[in-house]
Design a protein around this ligand. Sequence first.
Ligand SMILES: Cc1cc2nc3c(=O)[nH]c(=O)nc-3n(C[C@H](O)[C@H](O)[C@H](O)COP(=O)(O)O)c2cc1C
Length: 209
Amino acid sequence: MKIVGISGSPRAKGNTEILVQEALRAASELGAKTELIALSGKKIKPCTGCGACRTDKSKGICAIKDDDVPRIYEALKEADGIIVGSPVYFLSVTAQLKALFDRSVILRYAEGTPQDRPGVPGGPEFLLKNKVGGAIAVGGGRDGGQLFTINSILQWMLMQNMIVVGNNYGLGGSAKAGMKGDALNDEIGLAMARHVGLRVTEVAGKIKG
Ligand SMILES: Cc1cc2nc3c(=O)[nH]c(=O)nc-3n(C[C@H](O)[C@H](O)[C@H](O)COP(=O)(O)O)c2cc1C
């Protein structure tokens, strides 16, 4: 079983990475293989809405080829569970993560007949369908928009026909940390992130049988 964690922060080795790593550590303790993908330093171009990915000829193929997005999607396609973490940026996810979410429209345009969505282009099987997803957010404020950010992540997962889980605390991992490394001092934030890792792995294991 493979669990992939994405850190949506443009800041390398910051709080989001610490928390996603904590979740992945819990996953590996349950026997999962894990991979961390940090968006920091990666080139992620935004969707231009060109529509090339929707034509019959190029369904599911993005016109943008010169960035890191294709490789990230390959890792997601191989995963049984996906944990996405983001810093709160103005009450939502980072621009980098939103661009990754928008570009993932191609993961909804697999080959096939759109039997389950009459009139809508795309295939019956979304490529991330039935993968298990969990969310983590970290903000500098105590109530700085972590829940809005978690919601954005979970809503993206639902749009991909993924199965979302929360944790023993609520809808996902929520931490308060401002300066780089502060997340290490947020005991509850770390525990919440850890529990997201456990839930994603537990449910992914049940689905995989
Ligand atoms: C552009 C920007 C916007 C931010 N907006 C918020 C916010 O709305 N709420 C909040 O609590 N923290 C906000 N922060 C603080 C970050 O969420 C916080 O520093 C977080 O720990 C950064 O995570 P990182 O170390 O993984 O980059 C913002 C930071 C930046 C740079």
